[in-house]
Ligand binder design. Structure first.
Ligand code: FPP
Length: 277
């Protein structure tokens, strides 16, 4: 639950406040994860070069993060650069994304401070260019003591490789402690994920309409609610985050159970009947 001292509802725009007014603050998700998609299409529809779509997408990152921090969302995790992007996109685009990330950090760290945002990263970040890693560490250190939203950028991230890394470090730990892998538990695996320090996402948003998970947080989204919008990421703003949260609050989360409106179960001799509740 967000501390009321971290709420800055008065800083929302009038439109955002109208959506926020319909939300139940006590049922805010703790963790929202977003697959930011559609930068290329946004540019293509305007006959612009793809890199301008990415540049506009970086603006959305800051604006959405600021709205998240104003409503006291504790965790926001954005898929900024996948392992597959790194391997499969033209080098010129990858290089541009790396430069954009560096510039983004340089020019937004003060706004993160103003918004009490702490920045962190998940992924095989040690494989990124050294000057990008240096800038990432610089921004993480400056914002480390902020207590509002934790913005986590997934960079050079892939969920399967995260699981491989988790199993490797778990197996090293078990060996060191002379324990057998046969007895591992879900909790053991969780402890070795990049996300061990955060709760699992409650809500996963994907922009630009594709119905895919794209190797993102596969373990962690086991019970996340999924919200897909046709809106392209460069057009996504804080108000759209609030609308997704409103949709989320209308869902019934069951975690494999039958939930509050699941009805009574009556058993008789030869069949089980569900009675609508
Ligand atoms: C998908 O667009 C998006 C990405 C490749 C990653 C997201 C990158 C940004 C939002 C820009 C920079 C971010 C930061 C944090 C500075 P796409 O190119 O796949 O779009 P398309 O599917 O329409 O081609």
């Amino acid at each position: 639950m967000a501390l009321s001292s971290t709420l800055r509802i008065n800083e929302l725009s009038a439109d955002e406040r109208a959506v926020y007014a319909a939300l139940r603050p006590e049922r805010l998700p703790q963790h929202v994860a977003i697959i930011m998609d559609g930068n290329g299409r946004w540019a293509g529809r305007r006959s612009l070069k793809r890199f301008l779509g990415h540049q506009q997408g970086a603006k959305s990152v800051q604006l959405v993060t600021e709205t998240a921090s104003r409503i006291g969302l504790p965790w926001l995790t954005l898929y900024a650069f996948s392992l597959e992007n790194n391997l499969r996109r033209p080098r010129a685009e990858v290089n541009f994304l790396m430069r954009l990330l560096k510039t983004y950090l340089e020019s937004n760290v003060q706004r993160m401070m103003d918004n009490n945002v702490r920045i962190r990263y998940i992924g095989r970040t040690h494989e990124l260019p050294q000057e990008v890693q240096d800038k990432m560490q610089w921004a993480a250190e400056i914002t480390a003591r902020n207590t509002g939203t934790t913005l986590t950028l997934a960079l050079n991230y892939g969920s399967r490789s995260e699981l491989v890394d988790a199993f490797r470090s778990l197996s090293a730990e078990m060996k060191q402690k002379n324990l057998s892998m046969e007895n591992i538990t879900e909790e053991d695996i969780h402890r070795h994920l990049y996300t061990a320090h955060m709760p699992d996402p409650d809500l996963l948003i994907r922009t630009s309409g594709e119905m895919r998970i794209s190797n993102y947080l596969l373990w962690q989204i086991a019970y996340a609610e999924i919200f897909i919008t046709d809106r392209l990421w460069p057009d996504f703003r804080g108000i759209h985050l609030l609308e997704a949260i409103r949709d989320f609050q209308g869902r019934e989360r069951r975690y494999g159970g039958i939930g509050e409106t699941g009805g009574e179960v009556e058993e008789n001799a030869d069949r089980i009947r569900i009675v609508a509740g």
